[in-house]
Design a protein around this ligand. Sequence first.
Ligand SMILES: Cc1cc2nc3c(=O)[nH]c(=O)nc-3n(C[C@H](O)[C@H](O)[C@H](O)COP(=O)(O)O)c2cc1C
Length: 402
Amino acid sequence: MQRLYRKRIVLGVGGGIAAYKSAELVRRLRDQGADVHVVMTRGGREFITPLTLQALSGHPVHLDLLDPAAEAAMGHIELAKWADLVLIAPATADIMARLAQGVADDLLSTLVLATDAQVALAPAMNQAMWRDAATQANAETLAKRGYHLFGPAAGSQACGDVGPGRMLEADELAQRAADCFQWQALTGKHVLITAGPTQENIDPVRYITNHSSGKMGFALAEAAVEAGAKVTLVTGPVHLPTPDRVNRIDVVSARDMLAACEAAMPCDLLIASAAVADYRPEVVAPQKMKKDPTTGDGLLLQLVRNPDILATIAGRADRPFSVGFAAETEHLLDYAARKLKDKNLDLIVANDVANPTIGFNSEENAITVIDRALQASPFAQTSKSKIARQLVAFIAERLART
Ligand SMILES: Cc1cc2nc3c(=O)[nH]c(=O)nc-3n(C[C@H](O)[C@H](O)[C@H](O)COP(=O)(O)O)c2cc1C
């Protein structure tokens, strides 16, 4: 299993003698499925050439902060946002001191300040440098701030000394990097997610739809990718950018959505967060409907039932682990539990759309997940992206039990 499948790692290479091991480290990270961009300090370049690391990583190496061409290609902020993990190996005494102080005087230190990603340091230095009170204080400060410290190991050193300060070997560093991602839970799984509303045409200019924004489904797609899944996102008409590494399929009506879901099968997990129209006009008028003086002030639209996407997929012989959403304005938990049973689902996510601070079109959500034993697990109100991560972790844990 590739433990770093699709993970994005910025590898910072400092000016230590152990920089020669970074070449091997790039290979080990890539063996585990990671995409690696290398950033080198000025010191790092004295020990190993950017050309070597470019060839091994498959990307140009990032060297300077104040370089207009590099900024135009993939600037420091972009790189900081791109990363799932910044791993600095070797982390010199100098880099650790600068990071502990929040200094931003080169590309690597600046992007560490700018990133929301996890940061891991593999210290590598002479044993006396490592033991020095300043380095120890810096290591403690950085660890307290949540940086991961990988090593150092003790043993014989390049300078002839014996003691602590050796950089961990590439294999161990790659494994430690993988340990940073608790979410290996969906690695190798194909996850099908539906999102957004559907539109059901009345005539060429009018349609029936609902207030679903697709935000929850898109956040779930992002969280599932982070958890290592291959994600197919079937979405109704929404105004949202496609999350990275997600295979997005745009549809309009409920029947389109069902066809796209069936075409995307087989999958291991279905999360149906789309607000699918239950009914559609029986007949779609071929021309724009005009006001009809013979019908007075009223207009009757004959509606027919749409196919039930969730029940159809959950009823297949090759059914995936099936998770539905129940967006309700009243009797939330009762209706959700009934839907779980009627549609043969594994889990249902109850969503109170009567509350304007959560649900449709809002940035936040609060949900309750109900399982087949009718056990309810509430998730407190927070951003949709955080709820999505919590929910994906919960579902993955239940999926693993099957
Ligand atoms: C031959 C040689 C080997 C060095 N090895 C290390 C080392 O292993 N660890 C370390 O922290 N500094 C080492 N240094 C000192 C760093 O290169 C120096 O502190 C430099 O400013 C680090 O820059 P950087 O951290 O920005 O890459 C070494 C210096 C020389 C000349």
